[in-house]
Design a protein around this ligand. Structure first.
Ligand code: CTP
Length: 398
């Protein structure tokens, strides 16, 4: 969300607003006008928002990092609070002489304004005219409230309280933030441990970070998520039903129990094989005896099982491919072999994926060209995947 602050005394209330928005998981970028900065410091806004504060139209570094057009369009909603008589007049007339007014003219996103001014200014025919124009332009106006104003006069002119503004913002943002509301999703994550005896097992290097990030991102987008996780050292993601398992067979059973779902994402590094026999007691080292031979048998393929499910195939089945050879060719073969819809392939030949922060994905959604994604954090990969899922389910434009 983008918050444009005008130079009204109520600007101080915006610190509380930003704090409450953050509690709801909403990222806020603040753009105070020069007058607003006299009432609330950019430092305080940066501290509560946890984001850089943008205040200069001609700052070359900001233009290089992020143009003002992008700044105004990356948000899902633009809020103007307090919307002073001056700022409303500029908006109504298309003036753009500072960063705040320029963003308001450049944006293609919904704008919500919370006016705050002296009651006479609010009642003035010029302000009335401006409000009519703004309404015709589709700008939503919230308030002002009636009561004592900072200038000592009583009447309509107080900015609405942060709680009211917060509720109005949430009502506007939630449908955009939660495109997967009502969608059931299943995610597998982490390694599996395949016991050899009560103390030893066969496993792999998966940390579960990518799968957990996907489960969390799906839940944040409104999906009802079951995460089936092998043994990992990271916490359960918030808002997700996590089922902890050890072995591939337990993981397969937990996935079956989670059906039906619309979306399944298999990010677990399932052990392909397990020891044929699990010794009931610890295998002892006998002096002079040869080391035991491990006889392995194949584990169920969970991804293929979901993609070819006889009765409950999810609408969208997504798999990962960890490859060390020709990435695209291997991924295409894997997609066909497993019968899944999408494959996120990554090259693990240099050992840079397991437990790492960042991931470089080759995205394969069909027979068309593969889509190389830039190097992204695992959270960014998750967010990108969730957007694609929302688009594929018709919840958001592709
Ligand atoms: N997968 C699974 N169940 C298995 C093995 C793999 O669900 N028993 C899933 C993984 O979660 C991943 C995808 O299949 O989404 C591919 O995993 P990968 O290890 O790359 O492929 P394998 O099937 O093991 O094939 P290979 O080892 O021959 O590359």
């Amino acid at each position: 969300m983008l918050l444009v602050l005008g130079g009204g005394i109520a600007a101080y209330k915006c610190l509380e607003l930003v704090r409450r928005l953050k509690e709801h998981g909403i990222a806020v970028r603040c753009v105070p006008t020069a007058a607003a900065e006299k009432l609330v410091s950019p430092l305080a806004l940066a501290a509560v928002s946890g984001e850089k504060v943008y205040d200069s139209l001609f700052s070359l570094t900001d233009e290089a990092e992020m143009g003002h057009i992008r700044l105004s369009r990356e948000a899902d909603l633009v809020v103007v609070a307090p919307a002073t008589a001056d700022l409303l007049a500029k908006m109504a007339n298309g003036l753009a002489d500072d960063l705040a007014s320029t963003l308001l003219l450049a944006t293609d996103k919904p704008v919500l304004a919370a006016p705050a001014m002296n009651p006479r200014m609010w009642a003035h025919p010029a302000t009335r005219r401006n409000l009519e124009r703004l309404a015709a332009d589709g700008i939503a106006i919230l308030g002002p409230a009636v009561g004592d104003t900072a200038c000592g006069e009583v009447g309509a002119g107080r900015m609405v309280e942060p709680a009211e503004l917060l509720a109005a913002i949430l009502a506007r943002l939630e449908p955009a933030c939660r495109p997967l509301e009502g969608v059931r999703a299943l995610v597998t994550s982490g390694p599996t441990h395949e016991p050899i005896d009560p103390v030893r097992f066969v496993a792999n290097r998966s940390s579960g970070r990518q799968g957990h990030a996907i489960a969390e991102a799906l839940a944040r987008a409104g999906a009802s998520v079951t995460l089936v996780s092998g043994p990992v050292a990271i916490p359960d993601p918030p808002g997700v039903r996590t089922v902890r398992v050890e072995t591939a067979r337990e993981m397969a059973a937990a996935c079956e129990a989670a059906l039906p779902v619309e979306v399944a994402v298999c990010a677990a590094a399932v052990a392909d094989w397990r020891p044929a026999e699990v010794e009931a007691t610890k295998i002892k080292k006998e002096a002079g005896a040869a080391p035991p031979l491990l006889q392995l048998v194949e584990n169920p393929d969970i991804l293929a099982g979901l993609a070819r499910h006889p009765t409950h195939r999810p609408r969208l089945v997504v798999g990962f491919a960890a490859e060390t050879g020709a990435l695209e060719a291997e991924a295409r073969t894997k997609r066909a072999k497993k019968g899944c819809d999408w494959i996120l392939a990554n090259d693990v030949s240099r050992g840079a994926v397991f437990g790492a922060d960042r991931n470089r994905i080759l995205f394969l959604s069909g027979d068309g060209p593969a889509e190389p994604w830039p190097e992204l954090s695992k959270e960014e990969v998750a967010a990108r995947l969730v957007e694609r899922i929302a688009a594929a389910l018709g919840r958001r434009p592709a």
